[in-house]
Design a protein around this ligand. Structure first.
Ligand code: MD3
Ligand code: FE
Length: 207
């Protein structure tokens, strides 16, 4: 927890924002170690398009996407090796954030690393490749700001905007776990530590 941490904000049922809960300077060396073992790559959709966001994973399971579809795998398809272990600093952060948001006992087995540069975005989607929908999802934002949006159980409808800054943690449990959500196109910006980059760490109970 860093010095800026103030309190928790309820955004919608089950969805809690913990502004400044994460300390990016504490997490950055561990993120570097994960990416040295499992470098960023662009996942392919089933139609053969590349996603603009680059990704990697750590933990027992990693999210992969290719012509065969979306799923979790225990090995990195690039190396054939298991994904790098989830650093202790990541596990502790995810579990304490979940507990602070009202979800004690969160034990993630997957951490998806998303890498955004200005101009990239993530269209509205649901996260439904996981086995256990009772567990929350914990999302940690590092680097430049992004505007996240959440819609609801249907793809269509009005969205609620949430601006996410370095160190912000969002916890999605209860009904919000199945809500459609995405990230608006990132504006040009520079973060003192990470440069013109936004990182998002998404912790899940996938298997
Ligand atoms: C709401 N990532 O990786 S994190 C994703 O900033 C993803 O990289 C975005 O959506 C990012 O799937 C948003 C926030 C997030 C993650 C999972 C959710 C929001 C969610 C699952 C259910 C509802
Ligand atoms: Fe998502």
């Amino acid at each position: 927890m860093n010095d800026l941490f103030s309190d928790s904000i309820d955004i919608c049922p089950g969805m809690v924002l913990l502004p400044g809960f994460a300390d990016s300077r504490h997490l950055a060396p561990d993120l570097d170690r994960v990416l040295a073992a499992a470098p960023l790559r662009r996942m392919q959709t089933m139609c053969g398009f590349s996603l603009s966001v680059q990704t990697s994973n750590c933990g027992l399971l990693g999210w992969v996407s290719d012509r065969r579809g979306y799923r979790y795998e225990s090995t990195d398809p690039h190396s054939g090796q298991p994904w790098p272990a989830m650093p202790e600093s990541f596990v502790t952060l995810a579990a304490t954030a979940a507990a602070r948001a009202g979800y004690p006992g969160f034990d993630p087995d997957a951490c998806l690393v998303n890498h955004y540069v200005p101009g990239t975005q993530m269209g509205a989607h649901q996260d439904r490749d996981e086995v256990d929908f009772n567990a929350p999802i914990v999302s940690v934002s590092l680097g430049i700001d992004a505007r996240f949006f959440v819609i609801g159980p249907e793809r269509r409808g009005t969205s609620i905007p949430v601006d996410l800054a370095d160190g912000d943690v969002l916890v999605f449990g209860g009904p919000s776990r199945k809500y459609y959500h995405g990230v608006r196109k990132l504006k040009q910006a520079v973060h003192p530590q990470f440069g013109a980059v936004r990182w998002n760490l998404t912790f899940r109970k996938a298997g």
